[in-house]
Design a protein around this ligand. Structure first.
Ligand SMILES: NC(=O)c1ccc[n+]([C@@H]2O[C@H](COP(=O)([O-])OP(=O)(O)OC[C@H]3O[C@@H](n4cnc5c(N)ncnc54)[C@H](O)[C@@H]3O)[C@@H](O)[C@H]2O)c1
Length: 287
């Protein structure tokens, strides 16, 4: 049973973790946002403050509400403190299996016996890292979408190793923070949304590689021709070209299929550190 006294920890204070932690705190829970990088935590803290100030300027929040919200959001680089008393740990660190395993193994030493580990991975199914903890039946995927403060959907994935109780608890929890969960009944690489989205971005990058149309025109064609609100290349800039590269390389290493290799358009930008909005340059220029 879910109640608002439950203690939530979010690990990884990057693009996703910051907004997931904020969403949880906005819905009345106490949240610890953990990252191993002090710089990332400072950035997350600044983002939360600026977000509140924008709401206040629009008359959608007052100073008391801001203070109350921020009092429920703790920032820490101490994994022991982050783990202490956590009922649910939402993991939003980099999308690399070995990193997720190392992190889970470490935090599992300090969390209570029945803690649930919910990975926000965009593609990697939890059975690939669930054995890092003592109770793999408590490890699952709960996939939020970017920006997590805005996007309603969360994919909850029932791998064979996950207990029914954990699935039920996470359905209740996700609903309690104002999101809409959908059940993915079996593990599959990329779940539902990203499998469909990947087919589209792969084709868009191929069209860039082939010089078939400009970046702008590919996005314009998808928006006007398919009625999408954003083009695939705009979305890649928003979600991160580095993330897309890691994901495709992980798949390529698994399959060895040259068709799974990241496209030239992605590799070139990745090599130059042009990761999209977060580095001010990707398919588009944000300076
Ligand atoms: N970016 C998106 O659009 C998006 C959407 C849905 C899901 N996801 C998933 O969310 C997760 C995070 O993605 P992101 O885009 O927020 O990444 P990000 O690079 O913005 O942030 C990752 C954060 O994790 C921290 N970190 C890395 N290793 C760590 C460790 N061992 N312990 C603690 N902190 C650590 C980094 O310092 C960084 O601040 C990934 O699994 C990704 O697949 C991303």
């Amino acid at each position: 049973m879910i109640d608002k006294n439950m203690k939530i920890t979010v690990a990884g204070s990057g693009t996703m973790g910051t907004q997931i932690a904020m969403q949880v705190a906005l819905n009345g829970y106490s949240v610890k946002l953990y990252d191993m990088s002090e710089k990332a935590l400072a950035k997350a803290n600044a983002f939360a403050n600026e977000w509140c100030d924008k709401k206040i300027a629009k008359g959608k929040m007052n100073e008391n509400e801001k203070e109350e919200f921020l009092s429920r959001l703790m920032f820490t680089d101490d994994i022991k403190l982050a783990a202490e008393a956590a009922d649910i740990v939402i993991e939003a660190i980099i999308d690399v299996v070995s990193a997720k395993k190392t992190f889970l193994k470490e935090i599992d030493q300090y969390t209570p016996e029945n803690a649930i580990y919910a990975s926000n991975s965009s593609y990697i199914v939890s059975s690939r890292f669930a054995d890092a903890v003592e109770h793999p039946e408590n490890v699952l995927n709960t996939h939020f979408f970017n920006p997590a403060l805005v996007m309603k959907l969360v994919e909850i994935v029932k791998g064979d190793h996950v207990s029914d109780k954990v699935i039920d608890t996470m359905f209740e929890f996700i609903s309690s923070i104002g999101k809409e969960p959908v059940l993915i009944k079996k593990e599959i690489y990329g779940f539902v949304v990203n499998r469909i989205f990947s087919a589209m971005t792969k084709e868009a990058c191929y069209l860039v590689d082939m010089g078939i149309a400009s970046v702008e025109d590919i996005d314009k064609a998808v928006k006007l021709g398919l009625g999408h609100s954003m083009g695939p290349l705009e979305i890649l800039d928003m979600t991160g070209i580095d993330l897309e590269y890691d994901v495709l390389m992980d798949k390529f290493r698994m399959t060895g299929d040259p068709a799974d290799r990241p496209s030239t358009a992605l590799v070139e930008r990745y090599a130059k550190g042009e990761y999209g909005r977060k580095s001010k340059k990707g398919f588009y220029d944000y300076e």
